[in-house]
Design a binder for this molecule. Sequence first.
Ligand SMILES: [Zn+2]
Length: 560
Amino acid sequence: MKKFIDSNLHITSWDTIKPYFDDLQKRNIDTRGALEQWLQDRSDLYETLEEDLAWRYIRTNQDTSNQEYKNAYVKYITDILPYEEEAANKLDKKFITSPAINLLPSVPYGNMIKQTSLKLKTYSQKNIPLLAEMRQLEQKFAEIVSPLSITIDDKELTLQQASSLLENKDRAFRKDIYQKIVEKRKSVSTELDELFDKLVKLRHQIAINAGYKNYRDYKFDELGRTDYTPKDCHKFHRAIKLNIVPLVKQFYQTRKEKLNLKTLTPYDLSVDIWGDTPLVPKNILDDTIEAFSLLDSQFGNFISTMKENGLLDLESRKNKAPGGFNYPLYKSGMPFIFANFAGNFHDLQTMVHEGGHAIHTFLTASLPLVEFKEFPSEVAELASMSMELISMKHWHLFFNNLKDTNRAKLRQLENIIEVLPWIAMVDLFQHHIYLNPKLTPQERRNIWNEIYKEFSPDNLSWNEFEFYREILWQKQLHIFEVPFYYIEYGFAQLGAIAVWKNFTHNNKQGISAYKKALSLGYTRDISSIYQTAGAKFSFDQQYIKELVNFVNTQKEQIEL
Ligand SMILES: [Zn+2]
C-alpha cells in the first residue's frame, strides 16, 4: 500500500510538514471510503512526526551535555509543535463534522470519536494565554525543588539520592538523614504553598472559561475519562480505607517487631527487615529475556529484537538524564527503553515494568491507526504492572539463592499494597482543593492532615515530625504538574493483581487473556479491555477485598 508520507522526509521546520496538513485539511471526506483513507493518511503523518520527536527526546536524555541534541529537541517543541497543535485541532474539527462519521463502526472507531469530541469540548480560544501561563508556572515546581540537596560526609546528594540512605541499618544515621531531608523540604514549603495557590486559581479560571463549574469536572473531560466518574473515585478511596489501611497497619506491626522498636517512625519504613545484605540482581537484561521467554516465547523475542536493534539504554552514566521510560516508535513498530540501572533491586522492578510496556507496543504495532496504539494510563499501566507480578514466577533467575529471590518478592508485594493509600490521598486531596478553589494555604494543609489521618495506620508515630506531615503532599510532582493524573496507577494496580491472580490459577489461560487484552490497543473502552484481561474495572469493595486477600495469602506463603 502506498504511504502518504515519503519515507525520506526530513523534518527541519514547520514548512517541511505543513503541505501534508494542508492536503488533509482540503480533502473531501464526505464518504466512508474517503474518510477512512483520510484517517489512514493522517495517522501515517502523526506516526512520522511522533517518531521524529521521540528520537529527539531520547537522544537528549541519553546525553544531556550534547548541545546539538538539545537544540534539535527544543527546536521541535518551540518552532514546530505549536503550529502542529493548531493544525491538528482543525483536523479534529473536520473529522468530527464529517457527514460520514456516523458510517464508521463503533469498533474500532468509537473510542477515538468520543475522545476527539472531548478534546474539542474542553478547547476554548480564551484559554490559550492562560494555558501558556499555567505551563510556565508548572515549570516553577521543578525550579524550586530540583536544586534541593543535602550534604552527607562532604558529599552533596539530591533528595532522591539521600532518601535511598533511609535503607541503612543504623537507625541514628537514618534519623539524621530524615531530619535533613525534612528541613530542606520545609525551607521551600511556603514558596510551594504560594505557587500552588496561583495554580489552583488559574486552573479554576480555565475551567470557567471552557464552560465548566469547576476544574475537576473540566479535567475529567480533558483527560478523556469516559469510563468513570468522581463518584467512582470516591468509591475507590473508601475501599482502600477499609481494606488496605488495616493491612498496611499489619505490615507496620511486623516491621516494628522485626526491628525491635518501641515506636515505628517514618524513617523506619525503608530498611529491609528480611535480610542484611543489599539485593543485587544479576544480568538483568539477559535474565529478563529468559524470564519473559518462559512466560511466552514471543515476549522474550520482543526484548531480544530490541537488544539486536540497539533499542535499550539501561546503565546509569554521567550526563544521562534521570528516570526510566518505554517510548513507542510508532513508525518502526518497536519501542525504546531508557533506564538508569544502579545495581539494586529497583533495576529489576524497572526492567520488568518497562518490559511490560514494550510488549504492549509490539502487540499493537500492526493496528491500522496511531490512535489505537495510544492508550490511556489505566490501560498502559495494566500491561506494565501486570508484568511486574507475573514475571515473579521466574525471578529466581536474577538471584543466587532462594532467600534473596523471596526477599525480592516480599518487597514487591509490600510495595504494591503500601502505595495504594498514598494514591487515594493524593487523589482525594485534589478533589477537595478544586471544588473549593478559595481555600487559603493553611486551610489546604488542614484538609491534607485530615485526609492523612484517615488513610494512614495509627501505629506510625509522627511525634517529632508532626510539622512535616502537613506538607507531605508537596513532594508529589503530579499535584503541581499534572493535576488529577494519579489515580490511574491505583486502578491499574488492582487490575494487575487480578491478572496475576488468574495467571497463578492457570498460567496458560492467564497469559493468553493478558495478550488478548493488550492486543486490543485502544479499540475498546477501558472496561472491555480489563474484562478481556480477566480483570474487572470495578471499585466494588468486595472485589478489592478479594484481590488484596489474594496478595496477602501469596505473601504469607513465601518462607524465608
Ligand atoms: Zn509505566
